[in-house]
Design a protein around this ligand. Structure first.
Ligand code: URP
Ligand code: ZN
Ligand code: ZN
Length: 455
């Protein structure tokens, strides 16, 4: 057995001082003291917080997003995730128009299986609604997929309101969750044209063409549809605005109980002045072209307040990485041509722990980045809980470590990070995936213990 001794254990019953024993791929014992026997390995983790491994419920690895292939493969993306303390990602497999969901799932398995350092589960995104997809929802459930996604934006992906309603109604008997990208795509298309025609062509045009109203209207519409469907179980992904938050509050006030809310570090840390950054080559602002875009300081403040008030369930990354040079720079003269997406899977735990130091304690970090993602996406308590019998996915966190985020030293396969120069307080010291040491002090060990998580 491997014994992690003398840690501050972040358990469902609260913080306790003690030891955790990992046996193979399971957590075998948790106790105030575990006496090692012959052959046991002991790691003294005094001064560290011992978390169930962090879970990132929103990533896009190794996929075509309509403009380009993401820079991170499952291999590089899950390795980077593990270096930061994330032991499981839930990635968006996508059934494009004309592709069945089982075929899409097969394809995502081909991309991921055998290459992953962290565990991986799949949501299934649907780009069309038809009888075949309706029948295949049950097939997806059998194959371990219990969360689905639809879009209100992006012409090649989006469903209309009637189709979105039908997806919710069809998921209800299966107990599935619908994750929705909430931006009004018709409005975005029109505003993109207007902003460009006004002569604004650089990345600063991106947030102007996707104002808060586009998000808030789509969230409001989604939640009325969920109400109509009988309080359907929905997850509002990447919430970025105060107006959107107010739409969620309104739905909760009318009694909807099945709404989950996700935000991401970019909406808690950044604001829209980032689009004006130049860097050495004038291209730095392109890094932030992601949808939704980083918002106004007032939005960021509202999200922070909501997070501290318990109104946000999960923090994910929406990791969807593209290089600035050779990918995003193709849109340097036309913001509409920049592949949308940002990098973050490696840095989420450190960004959140540092930003909310003194405001969010270890139990809060656990709830937002491990327990709640496991609950919302059907993995709890096998994951998301430091309990005997759970999977041996563990992050031993050193809250005293200090280090600086930099593209030069990161493991994400991109030429930049939106958080260059950010000074972190706290770091993943030891990261175990299925009982194997996958990363130590931010560096990978080379092990690839990641497995598919059927939910
Ligand atoms: O810009 C982003 N977020 N790209 C990834 C796809 C999505 O909208 O989640
Ligand atoms: Zn999205
Ligand atoms: Zn996304």
């Amino acid at each position: 057995m491997r014994i992690l001794a003398n840690g501050t254990l972040v358990t469902p019953e609260g913080l306790r001082h003690g030891d955790v024993a990992l046996d193979g791929d399971k957590i075998a014992r948790i106790a105030a003291h575990i006496e090692p026997t012959d052959g046991d390995e002991v790691e003294d983790v005094r001064g560290c917080w011992v978390f169930p491994g962090f879970i990132d419920g929103h990533t896009h690895m190794q996929c075509w997003t309509g403009m380009d292939w993401t820079a991170d493969s499952f291999e590089t993306g899950t390795r980077a995730a593990a270096c930061g303390g994330t032991t499981t990602i839930v990635d968006y497999a996508t059934a494009d128009r004309g592709v069945t969901m089982p075929d899409a799932l097969d394809e995502w398995h081909r991309r991921a299986d055998g290459t992953c350092t962290a565990n991986y589960a799949f949501h299934m995104a649907l780009a069309e609604w038809n009888e075949r997809n309706r029948e295949d929802l049950a097939v997806m459930r059998e194959r371990g997929v219990c969360s689905f996604k639809t879009y209100f934006a992006y012409d090649h992906l989006r469903l209309d309101d009637a189709e979105t309603l039908a997806v919710m109604e069809s998921l209800e008997p299966l107990g599935g969750t619908l994750c929705v990208h909430c931006e009004n795509g018709t409005l975005v298309n029109e505003l993109q044209r207007r902003v460009y025609d006004e002569g604004i062509h650089g990345p600063e045009g991106h947030p102007l063409s996707r104002p808060a109203e586009c998000e808030a209207e789509a969230i409001s519409r989604l939640l009325y549809l969920a109400h109509l469907a009988g309080d359907a179980r929905v997850n509002v992904v990447h919430l970025s605005t105060k107006m959107g938050l107010d739409a969620i509050r309104a739905a909760k006030a009318r009694g909807q109980r099945n709404i989950f809310v996700e935000t991401c570090p970019q909406y808690l840390l950044l604001d829209d002045t980032c689009f004006l950054e130049q860097g050495e080559d004038g291209l730095a602002g392109l890094a932030y072209v992601m949808s939704p875009p980083p918002r106004k300081p007032v939005d960021r403040a509202a999200l922070r307040e909501a997070l501290l008030a318990g109104e946000i369930d999960t923090i994910a990354t929406d990791h969807c990485s593209f290089n600035i040079h050779g990918q995003k720079d193709r849109g340097a003269e036309d913001f509409r041509k920049v592949p949308n997406g940002g990098a973050g899977v490696e840095h989420r735990p450190a960004l959140v722990a540092t930003t909310f130091e003194g405001q969010l304690g270890p139990e809060d970090l656990c709830r937002l980045m491990s327990e709640n993602p496991a609950r919302v996406f059907g993995m709890f308590p096998r994951k998301g809980a430091l309990v005997e019998g759970a999977d041996a996915d563990v992050c031993v966190w050193d809250p005293k470590a200090t280090w600086t985020i930099s593209a030069a030293t990161q493991h994400q396969n991109v030429d930049h990070t939106p958080y260059e120069g950010f000074e972190c307080h706290g770091r993943a010291h030891l990261v175990y995936v299925n009982g194997e040491l996958a990363a130590r002090d931010g560096e990978p060990t080379g092990a690839m213990p990641g497995r598919y998580v059927a939910r």
